[in-house]
Design a protein around this ligand. Structure first.
Ligand code: DGL
Length: 267
């Protein structure tokens, strides 16, 4: 294995949502050393301006660069639409992987011809999301549903309180009323709500997210650049710009991968 392949992969999100993606990466690529940054001091990204998010993404990217990361995964749909193009310009040599709502697979999978998208306001209002619909959703009806408040609750480790249940019900109901049989989880926090969502939607409604696809894309880029690590399973290390104590207390709820050391990310 080339020496560069031993370097870690940086993964980040505004908070704990990206852990749903990190789990897919950990499972597919156990030999990779992974660094995770939760930008919890600035959450939620979904209600912030693209300029603010771009600035945050640059801070986090610089941090990973200083840690010698060989690749970067933006495990956040909102950050990807706001900052990916900018990051690619700043780091043209760096393998970068972003996320986008699973419009293409959902359009291919729907039988009713109606697809729902749960995502942040920032993602749904972005030009990148509009382009995604233009490209892949011409033959289906797409119902979009911003979900303010969900991320904040998930950040506290709440995955099924009555308050969360009621909020989520209010977001899901219009999709079901419109006849959606495929619902895109277009924010990396939402896969943690799968158990609750499964109770709310009929059994023939599919819930789709792109965490596994992102892990496969990372694998492809690492292979292509001869950067894939091999050998025994490696550690995952965590940073947060929020309260490390709070992060450390929630981590065991959302992450079963061990190595739960949280540090303060100060940028
Ligand atoms: N997890 C992020 C995403 O995938 C957004 C969360 C937030 O609003 O900060 O869009």
């Amino acid at each position: 294995m080339a020496e560069a392949a031993q370097a870690p992969v940086g993964v980040f999100d505004s908070g704990v949502g990206g852990l749903s993606v990190l789990a897919e990466i950990r499972q597919l690529l156990p030999a990779e050393s992974l660094l995770y940054v939760a930008d919890g001091g600035h959450i939620p990204y979904g209600e912030k301006s693209p300029e603010f998010i771009r600035e945050r993404c640059h801070q986090v990217a610089e941090f990973f660069h200083s840690q010698g990361a060989k690749a970067l995964v933006i495990a956040c749909n909102t950050a990807t639409v706001a900052a990916m193009a900018d990051l690619r310009r700043t780091y043209p040599q760096w393998p970068l992987v972003g996320m986008e709502p699973a419009v293409k697979p959902a359009a291919a999978a729907t039988r009713s011809g109606v697809v729902g998208v749960l995502a942040t306001t920032g993602t749904l209002q972005s030009a990148k999301f509009a382009a995604l619909l233009d490209r892949f959703a011409n033959d289906v009806r797409v119902i979009t549903q911003p979900c303010p408040g969900l991320v904040e609750l998930i950040e506290t480790g709440d995955l099924h309180s009555p308050v969360l249940r009621q909020l989520l019900q209010g977001y899901v109901a219009p999709l079901l009323e419109a006849g959606c049989d495929t619902v895109i989880l277009g924010c990396t926090h939402y896969p943690f709500l799968r158990p609750l969502l499964s109770e709310m939607v009929p059994a023939d409604v599919s819930l789709i997210d792109t965490g596994a696809a992102v892990a496969r894309q990372l694998q492809r880029l690492l292979v292509q650049d001869d950067l894939l690590a091999s050998g025994p399973a490696r550690a995952t290390r965590f940073w947060t710009s929020g309260d490390p104590k709070q992060f450390e207390s929630i981590l065991p709820v959302l992450w079963q991968g061990g190595s739960t050391v949280a540090r303060w990310f100060t940028a």
